[in-house]
Design a protein around this ligand. Structure first.
Ligand SMILES: Nc1nc2c(c(=O)[nH]1)N=C([C@H](O)[C@@H](O)CO)CN2
Length: 121
């Protein structure tokens, strides 16, 4: 199994949804991410710059959600993952995006995507 850096339950507000009323409000989204990274390198050097910095990645996601607007959560997920791969030189990422307030009768709904970069860094 490959090493990972993960983020669980990251909350971010976004203007998101297909209906007109949804375009006038902020809704909470919740993100889980798993990103492959060889953690032996930062462990050897004790150097934050050699990690996938989960703080920087969390801040990036919150800012992305504040700045961008989409109808479908699928679209947000795809654009966010493409930007994360480019910004943090990710090789493999799995993302779960939940929209907990979407369906009153459901605890949550959402999407999961798994993407690999075409690039070798
Ligand atoms: N697969 C999806 N289904 C639905 C989405 C979505 O983004 N992906 N969005 C909606 C509405 O915006 C909904 O969240 C309003 O409650 C409906 N189905």
């Amino acid at each position: 199994m490959k090493d990972l850096v993960f983020i669980e339950g990251l909350k971010a507000n976004a203007v998101i949804g297909v209906y007109e009323w949804e375009k006038t409000i902020q809704q909470e989204l919740v993100f889980d991410l798993e990103m492959e990274h060889d953690n032996r390198i930062p462990a050897t050097t004790d150097d934050l710059a050699k990690t996938l910095d989960y703080e920087a990645i969390s801040n990036f996601i919150v800012a992305f959600c504040a700045e961008r607007q989409f109808e479908l959560i699928e679209t947000l997920a795809e654009h966010l993952v493409a930007d994360l791969i480019a910004a943090f030189k990710l090789s493999v990422i799995s993302l779960t995006l939940r929209k907990p307030s979407a369906i009153a009768a459901a605890a949550s709904v959402g999407v999961k995507i798994h993407r690999k970069s075409d690039l070798t860094y």
